[in-house]
Design a protein around this ligand. Structure first.
Ligand SMILES: [Zn+2]
Length: 461
């Protein structure tokens, strides 16, 4: 009789169903099924030590699939997973709040993009070796096994995450193009932290460590509390009592800690909280960088065409840096994007050769109105500048201009200008031909490109 954890059961059962449907099963070659499943089971992390031979006996008699199915199920005993022994562990949960429920598609998508970016900012700001256990919606469950960090270390970590979080949001004010509710409201998002320390059991599932134990539940229950601030760090007394250095919390904190207590289904928990608002003074003001190519450039191409689609759609496609391969000649993809929603200073690399020779662009100088949109893509390394201009000439017709400039040295200009002009003229013609075809397809199929920008706030329903 084999004993498997629930995960092992599911894995085995899905393997079984898969192979049952396979050509092997149709030929009723049970030894073959057994051999295939053995490979999977032996390579699996889910299985408990006992052999799987009971489940797929090599000499199983012929039987129909239902009977085999029943046999399979009967031979497995579902057993609750018994976690490994507990370890003293710090639980550290930053939680983002403040978005309302959106109804417009762009706002729903952009709110998700903004949260994803912020979660990445928090993870990148980790300096004390916190490990991500899970992303839980708009929160991250971090943990750190062993001795708790000192009050000074932990509060410095909170401060670093908080400042990076709000610095990122401030850029939404200064660098934003999109006028959707999510992008406009982004700088009102708030951050709080719940930090607890207790005995936690770990279960390893592939590369992830799933945390178990009463203290994991305590930390999550504490997300709802009576702290009278919107942004704060809540530190349980269990954490404060765990380490002698925590008596210095008054010295390490930027504001006086406030005591609190909450009553939960498992009993009462005492904690202290520190408001985060005073840390706003540490958030730097974003600057609008100048990405223009310094010095004189030579105009190589002044291309103009008409696209049979509304200006909003053409701009959505044009500004979506991950969609360049849909229309730009020779481009097979994009990477090195620094923002999910196009804004002043968005970067991308056009993948053409798949190496360092591929052009890396910064998008900037956006000027948007309902009738006219301009912006520039600059490749500082190669001295290449694309200036785009879109003008509305009908409800579903847009005039597009693409001006290409290059920084040329005197000798290079003499020798290469003619060839370069021809090359980039062909590039613009081919690319904009593709753009027209791609936009027409989107219009005909009534599809929206994935990265939409609202140039004006969405009408309230
Ligand atoms: Zn937006």
């Amino acid at each position: 009789m084999s004993i498997f954890s629930n995960d092992a059961f599911l894995q085995l059962y899905s393997d079984f169903v898969k192979y049952r449907k396979s050509r092997l099963f149709k030929r009723r070659s049970l030894p073959a099924i057994h051999a295939r499943c053995s490979e999977r089971v032996n390579g699996s992390e889910y299985i408990t030590p006992e052999k799987h031979a009971d489940v797929f006996p090599p000499t199983a008699p012929k039987q129909d699939s239902l009977a085999l199915n029943a046999t399979f199920k009967a031979r497995i005993i579902m057993k609750p997973y018994t976690p490994t022994s507990t370890q003293p562990t710090l639980l550290f949960i930053p939680d983002i709040s403040g978005f309302t429920q959106f109804v417009h598609n762009t706002e729903i998508t952009h709110s998700q993009h903004i949260i994803e970016e912020l979660l990445e900012v928090l993870i990148d700001a980790n300096e004390i070796g916190l490990v991500v256990s899970e992303i839980e919606g708009d929160a991250i469950l971090f943990y750190l096994e062993g001795k708790a960090p000192t009050a000074a270390e932990l509060l410095a970590q909170v401060q670093r995450m908080y400042v990076k979080f709000h610095a990122h949001l401030k850029k939404y004010e200064t660098h934003r193009i999109c006028q959707c509710g999510a992008c406009r409201m982004a700088n009102q998002l708030a951050l709080k932290f719940v930090v607890h320390y207790g005995d936690i059991a770990h279960k390893q599932v592939k590369q992830y460590s799933k945390l178990f134990g009463k203290d994991v539940i305590v930390a999550h229950r504490l997300m709802k509390n009576e702290v009278p601030h919107e942004e704060y760090v809540l530190l349980t007394h269990q954490l404060i009592n765990a380490c002698s250095s925590w008596v210095q919390i008054e010295q390490a904190a930027w504001a006086a800690p406030e005591s609190g207590e909450g009553t939960y289904d498992f009993g009462s928990i005492s904690y202290c909280s520190i408001p985060l608002d005073p840390l706003k003074n540490h958030v730097p003001e974003p600057t609008i960088e100048d990405y223009s190519l310094p010095g004189a450039t030579t105009k190589l191409v002044a291309f103009e065409t008409v696209i049979e689609a509304p200006i909003e759609l053409v701009f959505d496609v044009l500004s979506d840096l991950s969609a360049r391969h849909h229309w730009m000649l020779g481009v097979t993809g994009s990477d090195k994007l620094n923002s999910r929603i196009p804004q002043h200073g968005s970067t991308h690399r056009c993948i053409m050769n798949g190496d360092e020779s591929d052009p890396f662009f910064i998008s900037h100088n956006f000027e948007t109105s309902s009738e006219l949109i301009t912006f520039t893509d600059t490749n500082l390394k190669d001295g290449l500048v694309f200036v785009y201009r879109l003008r509305r000439i009908g409800t579903a017709v847009t005039r597009a201009e693409h001006h290409i400039f290059m920084k040329l040295h005197f000798l290079k200009e003499l020798l290469l200008k003619r060839g370069l002009k021809k090359k980039y003229q062909g590039f613009a013609e081919g690319s904009w031909h593709n753009m027209n075809r791609y936009c027409k397809e989107l219009v005909e199929e009534d599809k929206q490109p994935p990265a939409q920008i609202l140039l004006e706030p969405a009408a309230v329903a």
